[in-house]
Design a binder for this molecule. Sequence first.
Ligand code: 5AD
Length: 450
Amino acid sequence: MPSVFIKTYGCQMNERDSEAVAAQLVAKGYSLAKSESAADVVLLNTCSVRDLAEQKAINKMKNLVGTARSEKREQIVGFMGCMAQSRGQELIDKLPDVDLVLGTQKFHRAAEYLDELLAGTRKKIVDTAAEAKSEAAIREHLVNGSAKTSVSAFVSIMQGCNQHCTFCIVPATRGEERSRTIPDIVAECRELVSRGVKEITLLGQIVTSFGKRDIPALDGKSAFVQLLAAVHEIEGLERIRFTSPHPKGYGDDLVEAYARLPKLCESAHIPLQSGSDRILKLMHRGYTREKFLGIIQKLRAAKPNIGIYTDIIVGFPGETEEDFEQTLSLCREVQFDNAYIFKYSERRDTPAATMPDQLPQSVREERNERLLNLVNEIAAKKYDSFIGQQVQILVEGPSKKNAARYTGRTRCNRIVLFDGSVRHQGQLMDVKIERTGSFTLYGDPAVVNL
Ligand code: 5AD
């Protein structure tokens, strides 16, 4: 039986797509290889959100092909996902050893294409065409395939994004918004729970726009909030999360859902992108600084311990020192639990790439560093505030770095390490936080159980 190794770049949606492709291949008789060099097939699941992510995958492919050739190994290699979708045939023109380019609406065809390539009935396959209903075609899960997935699972609820932020390549890589139906999603979640899953993260590029065109609001509740309520009813499911939302989706119905639905965890990853109204407008984000602050206030009023995370882009075209200072001041005001900072990267065919006043790399770097210092300082204070607190964690499994330690997450999405054993896996348990490390909390269950 042929073996396959999938390496994933980018977001949680990509992780989910890789897992679904792996599960599909396993169902068709493939095995999962332990390493790239031991695999008959290597697939790179790619990210296009910044140039750096694309370069990483291209360099990886060059290395793979070079190593296989020098070791005289036959290996089928392919790109899948976002860069495969946006570059298509160009990837094979550039790297002629690549056998397969599989777009974001074609994951469910992976086994069929690999069978053909392995049998030699086709030499090269590029498929980036749109396919109706592909959003519902990714269903297989590898539950129990790894310790982590048996406790916590991702479920894709929609594909694509119609927001068209001027910096963003996602509408080109994932297409127009298409949502699955609520019963279809609930059935998948139920199945996962029956296989031991306790926590589900609902995924999409803009989850708060879920079902907007197809499912009318009901008693003032958006389609997305209706979905949360439907998933919440599943017996045996303990926790619900979702990512990524858009700030404009945080209506009162969603804020109220945090208060009403106890399984909905107190954590939100709400992308800010900039603290300057002028830049937010150029980005086509559809909200102001004040509106964003209002959302945070409402969420904290509903759930004082909510963990609030964000994404910020520095060095967008035309961003002045004053604009950047608005971002700094907003971060001071909000006190994010953590923020992911990105240096603006020109993406092909996006409006921002041709805007005037593209900033020099040195300015992007300098602002990145200044913002990072501020964000880290705030994040460290937030981490320290956990010391001495008792928190509930869901135990995922042994820590990757040290198998004697077990890892779990708080409801507000912090990682907690503790001295555990296999009997803790999948348990909801209380621990007392004793100390902090870099982006980690260390807990002691014994202190709670005394
Ligand atoms: N340049 C830099 N960062 C970007 N992001 C999206 N597009 C770009 C770009 N062109 C960031 C945004 C988004 C995160 C996933 O990636 O902050 O929220």
